[in-house]
Design a protein around this ligand. Structure first.
Ligand SMILES: *Cc1c(COP(=O)(O)O)cnc(C)c1O
Length: 237
C-alpha cells in the first residue's frame, strides 16, 4: 500500500509540474512519519523515499536509533523546545519550524558543540488562526537578519501551514503569501542567506502548493494512511 501511495504521489507531482511548467526535480517529497512505526518507514524507504519528517524530538530520536543502518535524512517539523535542541543538533537534515530568535540561538549553540552547520527554515504564520505557530509575516525579515548573523546556522527558506479546511483552495492565499515573502527576502540580499526553499503543502493541499512554488512537500496521511492513534511508542528516557 505505502509503495503504491508513493508512486501515485510521484506521478501526480510530475503531472502537476508539467501542467504548470515546473521541473519535478526541484521538488522534494518529505514523508511525515509521525505516529507510525519503523516498519512503515522501512516500507516507504522501499518506495524510494529518503526524507522523513517528525514533530516530536523523543519520537524522532527513538526511530533514528532503530533505523541508523538506513541513509535517512531526518526533518524536524514540530514545535522545538529549547531543552530538546541538543538531541537533534548532531544529525538533523533540516529544521522547518524556527519561529523565534531564542530557539535559533539555542540551535546555534548546539550546532557549534556538534561541530556542524544546521540548515533551517523560518516557519511563518500565514493564517488568522490563533492556534498556529510561526512568526508574524511582518517580523520575518528581522528574524532572518538575526539568524543570518549566527555562524553555524543557515537559513534555507520558509515554511508554512495552510488553514484547517477541507477545501485545498483555501490554502492558496497562505502559499502565495509565503512565496511573496521569499521574494522580498531575496530582494533584501542578506548575506549568508540562501532563500531556496518553500516548505508548504500537505496531503490535501500539495497540488496547490506546487502551483504556488513549493520546493518541499510534507506529506503524511496520503502515504501512510489516516492517523487514528499513536502506533509508535518511543522509548522514554
Ligand atoms: C502532520 C503534519 C504534516 C502532514 O500532514 P498530512 O495531512 O498527514 O499530510 C505536514 N506538516 C506538518 C507541520 C505536520 O504537523
Amino acid at each position: 500500500m505505502i509503495v503504491e501511495n508513493i508512486d501515485r504521489i510521484y506521478r501526480s507531482i510530475a503531472e502537476i509540474c508539467s501542467r504548470c511548467g515546473r521541473n519535478p526535480e526541484e521538488i522534494e517529497l518529505v514523508a511525515i512519519s509521525k505516529t507510525w512505526g519503523t516498519d512503515k518507514i522501512v516500507e516507504a524507504l522501499k518506495g524510494g523515499i529518503l526524507h522523513f519528517g517528525e514533530n516530536y524530538v523523543q519520537e524522532l530520536e527513538s526511530k533514528r536509533k532503530l533505523l541508523v543502518q538506513h541513509p535517512i535524512k531526518w526533518h524536524f517539523i514540530g514545535h522545538l523546545q529549547t531543552n530538546k535542541a541538543k538531541y537533534i543538533a548532531k544529525y538533523i537534515h533540516l529544521v522547518h519550524s524556527v519561529d523565534n530568535a531564542r530557539i535559533a540561538e539555542e540551535l546555534q549553540k548546539r550546532a557549534m558543540n556538534a561541530g556542524r552547520e544546521i540548515d533551517l527554515l523560518i516557519e511563518v504564520h500565514t493564517t488568522n488562526e490563533p492556534s498556529k505557530s510561526g512568526v508574524d509575516p511582518k517580523e520575518v525579515v528581522n528574524l532572518v537578519k538575526k539568524i543570518a548573523s549566527l555562524s553555524h546556522l543557515r537559513v534555507r527558506g520558509l515554511m508554512t501551514m495552510g488553514p484547517f479546511s477541507e477545501d485545498p483552495e483555501d490554502s492558496r492565499p497562505s502559499f502565495r503569501q509565503l512565496a511573496g515573502l521569499k521574494e522580498m527576502i531575496l530582494r533584501e540580499g542578506i548575506e549568508q542567506v540562501t532563500m531556496q526553499h518553500l516548505s508548504m503543502g500537505m496531503s490535501h493541499d500539495y497540488p496547490i502548493a506546487i502551483e504556488e512554488g513549493a520546493t518541499i512537500l510534507r506529506i503524511g496521511s496520503a502515504i501512510f494512511g489516516e492517523r487514528s492513534k499513536q502506533n509508535f511508542e518511543p522509548i522514554t528516557r
